[in-house]
Ligand binder design. Sequence first.
Ligand code: GLC
Length: 545
Amino acid sequence: MANQAKWWQKAVFYQIYPRSFSDSTNTGVGDLRGIINKLDYLKELGIDGIWISPFFPSPQEDCGYDITDFGSVNPEYGTMKDFEELLKKSHKNDIKIILDIILNHTSAQHPWFLESKKDQTNEKKDWYVWRDGRGKSGKKPPNNWNSMIGGSAWEWCEERKQFYLHQFLTFQPDLNWRNPDVQIAMFNYIRFWLDKGVDGFRLDIIQTLFEDKHFKNNPKSWRFFPSHNTNEALFQKPKYTQFLPETIEVCRKLRELVSSYSPERMLVGEAAGNPQMIKPLYGKNGDGLHLSFNFKFAGQPFSARKFRRVLEETQEILPEPYWPCYVFSNHDSNRLISRQKQNIEKAKLLAILLLTVRGTPFIYYGEEIGMLQAKVPKEKQLDPISKIKIWGIPLGARYGRDGCRTPMQWDDSPINAGFSKKSKIVPWLPIGQNKSINVKSELSDEKSMLTYFKKLIKVRKQYEALQIGQLDVSEDSNSDLLIYKRTFQKQQLTILLNFSSKIQNIATINKVKQIFSTKLFKEQKDVSDEITLEPFEGIIVEQMK
Ligand code: GLC
């Protein structure tokens, strides 16, 4: 396994939301040069790869996930030269760059859609999923398909006198993947970025590329709210709109394409669903995506039993040669530490879990300093989801995504937390409430979250067992404790996580050496008979030879 281990299995990834990371031009909007300026910081943190959320031209109706040109840089974020410099400098620092590519849809302002919607005879008439309506007037949606955020997935277009499909928001029309020209065009964009030297892609809502060619109605479901266990929601099971065999086939073709490049590139899928549902994206015998996010960590309550269940389920469903991929936070979900009611000890315990299980970890910008979910006042909210009502029920309070997208807090300056170069520049989203959480102060604090993350990543790097070792959940785990072993060749490590507010004593048969603790200041030590864990403490011990 050692020699065959791939860079993307060992890597710690870091997601950057470019609009919010660092503003080098004093526009209040983050940019590519901002990322270049912070490469030293990222190198110090110890990450190996960056996933950059979309920076392509876009009217920003869905914060860049609505693209009008897949092959260039939105001037707000800089130029192609800036991107090339970022790529070059990252590679010099041994940091890989993966881009966010949206194959499912474009912006409704994309020239392809502007052409396609004109009439039923134009050159791009089959580039999107168009369909006649039902009923006498022809203005009833073609079938019952829901969009992922509720309401019909069909929108009437008066110009063309037909409905178009949008599996996400109305201004994100779905491309017609049954049209070979669409496939060629999108694969060419992938090739374009691969030729530039990018190390891979995060594939946005990849499960939705194809829909049933007979447009059959989706079956009903009892589930209203989305969850990390299933993709059923809004009283519908997306049987004919998600994870179709044709979509799996495109994943295989994408793998084929990236495999023709050297050094090795990587594909990670974003698809809501449980491990069983995402497994087909990996293909047969590893001929599909390299990774697909397992969002189950993000959906668990703080419980040793629940996390044990996720680990065991994932192990069972994705054994070798499959490789899991875990994440707690991203630009679509509330920040981890706020989900733990701002309890730093709990957040540290979950971080050790993320970075020591078998699978590739993704950290979201700001997670490493313990940035909180910000309260963005209603009048400043920009996320379209925060304004959506489904059957009259406003979803904003529960699903609005502005609060996890606020500017990175580099220092405690009152207006922009050091996000822009000049202190008076007002950022595109207001900064979070707690300004004392910032990089500058944490860099010099031995007990800060940032110091903790740095040390944790360093330990992970020192031990191959933590990166690529086999994982076995210990039977000594119980409702308070999650214990698992990572083994690689002669390295044997045990990770003990105390999910309770009580001290836990665990007898050990063999002599072990404690190599890391969430209580950083606890000295490294040899332990014989008994390991003691403080409330919410997590430790890593090494078996003595
Ligand atoms: C993905 C992105 C999300 C975006 C949506 C539509 O889920 O993570 O931010 O709104 O796809 O592209």
